[in-house]
Design a protein around this ligand. Structure first.
Ligand SMILES: [Zn+2]
Length: 387
């Protein structure tokens, strides 16, 4: 079993273990027993018009040295919005839960004063996570510390890992979205990158120039065939024509704009289609409880925010009704209020952008489509096939 670095920033740190091990994983933080009946074998849905969004409750555990050092809640709200912006194309969305592990009211934020706020991950990971941890089968835990050793800005442990507690550790200076956050890691994308690891992704430079042809790209390196291998991490904002590995033709440029690289936040912009597919399949299997309807109900996803959570209340919304029908090569969509629609093809290319109440799309070529419907500034996703 190979051990893989999953740290962004300086150094290589924690292990991301192979997928087979996830299935028998134990966690050190107690699991939520009432959901243990939910199986791991739910099929990856491919039916038409299934609302595609996978909802993940995320809790922020703020660890500070003194009570004057708490991260502001508006930056947590901004971070969640940044996650939802960047995971939009993946059909994965995050929310702060209204109810904690015992059903207690929460804003999705906990606070703990501890010297562990200056965090040496080389030996303190378990100690930090034992300070506070919500069942990682039901919540995505993000611990936020003041500082980390060795210039590390974040690290992650994959969901289902048997070697430790899954989740993300970040330094507080990278949490948020531009306002109050220091460039160049100021778009909330350290969290995006680390959550990519939690959902089973590796770096595109994993293993260097390996997986160089169609026979090996799915089993070597990052095991993703639409992220061409790159020999090493890139930093800053490298040109999109950077090419460090020369694959079997076509020899493609390095994926320097990928969320799973080390470039500056403003220069990482996407997950690829196959990264998205891998994360979603992983969530349907290893994260089945996390994304389940039962978990959403228990966490109060659709309930109004509690009083005292004003800073995060902007994340609360309800959606107007929306209908989508297909007849042959035509699609009809109707909403009870004006919405914006973006239609993407299977490669993620935008082929249509419109606003209005009704949309009629005819003569669509055969293929897979993703409709991103933005309602009151919030995206919804629908996948459909024209056959
Ligand atoms: Zn990483």
């Amino acid at each position: 079993m190979s051990w893989r670095s999953i740290v962004r920033g300086a150094g290589r740190v924690f292990a991301l273990i192979g997928l087979l091990e996830f299935l028998s994983a134990q966690v050190r933080c107690p699991t939520t027993k009432e959901f243990s009946h939910i199986g791991m074998d739910r099929a990856f849905p491919s039916a038409r018009f299934i609302p595609d969004t996978l909802w993940v409750p995320v809790v922020f555990h703020l660890i500070a040295q003194d009570s004057g050092g708490w991260l502001e809640e508006r930056r947590i709200a901004a971070q969640v919005r940044a996650l939802n912006r960047d995971f939009a194309a993946a059909g994965i969305q995050f929310y702060l839960p209204r109810y904690g592990p015992q059903g207690q009211p929460t804003c999705g934020v906990t606070r703990h004063l501890s010297p562990l706020a200056v965090h040496d991950w080389t030996f303190q990971e378990d100690t930090l996570k034992s300070l506070v941890c919500w069942p990682p089968d039901s919540f995505l835990n993000i611990w936020v510390v003041d500082e980390m050793v060795l210039s590390t800005i974040g690290y992650a442990r994959v969901l289902g890992d048997s070697e430790g507690t899954p989740g993300v550790v970040l330094i507080k200076s990278v949490v948020g979205d531009k306002v109050g956050v220091q460039p160049p890691f100021d778009w909330g994308r350290t969290a995006v990158h680390e959550i990519g690891h939690v959902f089973s992704l590796y770096h595109p430079f994993e293993g260097g120039c390996v997986g160089m042809n169609a026979q090996t790209c799915a089993i070597e390196g990052d095991e993703i065939c639409d992220t061409p291998p790159q020999s090493q991490p890139h930093y800053g904002c490298p040109p999109l024509t950077t090419n460090t590995c020369h694959e079997a033709p076509p020899d493609l440029f390095d994926p320097v704009d990928n969320f799973m690289g080390y470039v500056d936040d403003e220069c990482m912009t996407r997950f690829t289609s196959l990264q998205i597919q891998r994360m979603r399949e992983f969530l349907f299997q290893v994260g089945a409880v996390l994304i389940s309807e039962e978990n959403q109900q228990a966490r109060g996803r659709n309930e109004p925010f509690l009083s005292g959570c004003a800073a995060v209340a902007s994340l609360s919304y309800s959606l107007p009704s929306f209908h989508i029908r297909q007849a042959g090569h035509s699609i009809f969509m109707e909403a009870e209020e004006s919405i914006s629609l973006i239609l993407l093809d299977a490669m993620g290319r935008m082929i249509l952008k419109k606003e209005g109440n009704q949309f009629f799309l005819s003569n669509l070529p055969v293929g897979l489509y993703i409709a991103v419907v933005e309602v009151r500034g919030k995206p919804l996703f629908f996948r459909f096939f024209v056959i």
